[in-house]
Write a protein that binds this ligand. Structure first.
Ligand code: MRU
Length: 348
């Protein structure tokens, strides 16, 4: 199996606590923080210390295991009620990435199946570890499928950070580049900075440079010019939730890039594990879009850049309609249109 030597795991279960790579401190400071309670886990998800759909889900799963281990009641019914409260709290942290609810549902099912408190505690830790291990494996496979779409020397544009630090390992949209690097396949990556909170500049540029991948940073408003001038061969992004018809929610700015891809006649790929699909909703119009604090757009790194009291609108995600998507790369293979018809062959 391929190994990714330089990149640290961003989430680690340490039995009495969770260790997290603090993604808010990157790239200036590479620091690991310890989470000792469900409240710590909730705050870390809310404040983007951990972010990226799969990473949010698996951190929340470890959060449930942590909360369960810390319960002191000897009464099974009360134990289950308390752990369910932890699950509900974690579910209220961020609304868009469905991986969170997918992982918490698995933890809830594990909780309800347990016959005693001690078996529940053990089973919840095992389930969270399984979610983590499965994500690592899914991302590796996504990398393999994604890489099959690129040619040596291609220049590919990406947005936000759908990398190893947003998942258990490898990433989704960035997985092909990590694998290409290990196999000495030259690919160039152009990373959009990703306003307002700069996941592209702070995280994707950092992650790919750590791995020795050829990455060039651009600001978001340079995308059209760059696609044209640098002869970009394709765009690849991650996803936070994919509806049954293939409509895809991802970081704000993704929709604009999909429209540009159509204009310039280049492929627009979405890379995501099956845990990112929400087949309970028919189309993207039902995806809840998180709106975040206005300070994210009126300040940059603590410095005010807009007048006080200016009206703001700060959606964290947008929805790309299925007709702008060339294919969706999953661990089970590459899904092409008609997505509504084809998705069930790859995801259930
Ligand atoms: O707000 P964020 O940083 O959690 O948003 C992350 C994204 O939009 C990613 O592209 C998506 O979650 C996929 S991560 C593999």
């Amino acid at each position: 199996m391929t190994t990714l030597a330089p990149l640290p795991y961003s989430v680690h279960w340490d039995d009495t606590h969770i260790t997290l790579l603090n993604q808010q401190a990157l790239p200036s400071i590479t620091e690991f923080i310890e989470l000792h309670s469900v409240d710590d886990v909730y705050d870390s998800i809310l404040s983007l210390k951990v972010r990226g759909a799969p990473a949010i889900g698996l951190t929340a799963a470890f959060g449930v295991a942590l909360g369960a281990k810390q319960e002191t009641t000897a009464e099974l019914g009360e134990f289950k009620k308390n752990v369910t409260r932890h699950i509900e709290k974690l579910a209220s942290s961020r609304p868009t990435a469905v991986n969170l609810f997918w992982a918490l549902r698995r933890m809830e099912n594990t909780l309800q199946a347990a016959q005693s408190i001690s078996t529940a505690k053990e089973a919840l830790v095992s389930e969270a570890k399984a979610i983590f291990a499965e994500d690592e494996e899914m991302c590796r496979k996504i990398g393999e499928h994604g890489l099959s779409l690129f040619k040596r020397g291609d220049s590919i544009l990406t947005h936000c950070n759908a990398g190893g630090i947003a998942t258990a390992r490898y990433g989704t949209a960035l997985a092909p580049f990590h694998l290409a690097k290990e196999r000495d396949i030259p690919l160039k990556v152009y990373a959009c900075e990703t306003r307002p909170v700069l996941q592209g500049a702070r995280l994707t540029a950092w992650e790919l440079m750590q791995a020795g991948v050829d990455v060039t940073l651009i600001s978001d408003n340079m995308a059209a010019h760059t696609i044209h001038q640098k002869r970009i061969n394709g765009i690849i992004v991650g996803a936070d939730r994919i509806a049954a018809n293939g409509d895809t929610a991802n970081k704000i700015g993704t929709l604009g890039l999909a429209i540009l891809a159509k204009h310039f006649g280049i492929p627009f790929y979405v890379a995501a594990p099956s845990s990112t699909f929400d087949l309970s909703i028919e189309s993207g119009t039902s995806i809840p879009i998180e709106e975040r604090n206005e300070a994210e757009i009126t300040f940059i790194q603590g410095v005010r850049i807009a007048p006080e009291n200016v009206k703001t609108f700060n959606p964290a995600f947008d929805v790309t309609p299925n007709h702008l998507i060339t294919s969706i790369i999953t661990e089970n293979g590459i899904i092409t249109p008609d997505f509504f018809k084809n998705i069930p062959h790859f995801v259930n």
